[in-house]
Design a protein around this ligand. Structure first.
Ligand code: 13P
Length: 251
């Protein structure tokens, strides 16, 4: 049985003091939650402070990116090994903002996924089409390419550990959520394509939906059979709305 995951991607928001104060409140508010995994992904510089605050609680900490080498002359980069040391158990890989603004491509996503798994960090691999691609009816083609090219050459065990996030680019930060039906359609497609690559893992892999997830649309999204949680930007920045999202769980 897959445990749903509710993940907050804080993007480039919050100072160290703000991050720590947020998770201090969150820790109390979700201490009774058992049926859903809770994850916060702060900026690199806040990861360790957040980890120290939530250690021993039911909140997990993740980073928003990583570099695949372990150490060396790679100015500005942070390795999976270092993220593990700082307390991360998850890491986002291939977020559309990294693909759009920082030249991330499927090949580098794959390298990062492997580095994360090697260091016992669960990668959350993001895929999603742009508005133009949806309007041109190439959504499935784009998603298939991203899944196949960013996730090749894994063992069945590795393949069942990772998490996939479907984030339609047109729904990120725009207030336009994919309808539950639109999201379900793509989630089911991702699972089916993933089963062609990793037959045994596809049933167990968690597929999160991201893109304007809010307290008032989470229930309908979570009712869909292939939606196993959320990857949340804006609504994860306020304790109250994030707690509402966490407290929704599949019956
Ligand atoms: P919003 O929830 O702000 O649309 O952001 C989604 C996202 O990009 C999460 O990774």
């Amino acid at each position: 049985m897959k445990k749903p995951l509710m993940a907050g991607n804080w993007k480039m928001n919050k100072t160290i003091a703000e991050s720590v104060s947020f998770v201090r409140m969150l820790k109390t508010a979700v201490s009774d939650v058992k049926d859903i995994e809770v994850l916060i992904c702060p900026t690199f510089i806040c990861v360790n402070a957040v980890y120290n605050e939530v250690k021993g609680s039911n909140i997990n900490v993740g980073a928003q990116d990583l570099f695949w080498e372990e150490k060396g002359s790679f100015t500005g980069e942070v390795s999976a090994f270092m993220l593990k040391d700082a307390g991360c158990s998850y890491v986002l890989v291939g977020h559309s903002e990294r693909r759009q603004h920082f030249g991330e491509v499927d090949k580098t996503v794959n390298k990062k996924v492997k580095a994360a798994l090697l260091n016992d960090i669960v990668p959350i691999v993001c895929v999603g089409e742009t508005l133009r691609e949806r309007e041109e009816n190439t959504t499935f083609k784009v998603i298939e390419k991203q899944v196949k090219e960013s996730l090749p050459d894994l063992s069945q065990e590795e393949a069942s550990k990772l998490v996939i996030a479907y984030e339609p680019v047109w729904a990120i930060g725009t207030g336009k959520t994919a309808t539950p039906q639109q999201a379900q359609e793509v989630h089911a497609f991702i699972r089916e394509r993933y089963s062609q690559l990793y037959k045994d893992a596809a049933d167990n892999v968690r597929i999160l939906y991201g893109g304007s997830v809010k307290p008032d649309n989470i229930s309908e999204l979570m009712k869909q059979p292939d939606i196993d949680g959320g990857l949340v930007g804006g609504a994860s920045l306020e304790v109250e709305s994030f707690v509402k999202l966490v407290k929704h769980s599949k019956n």
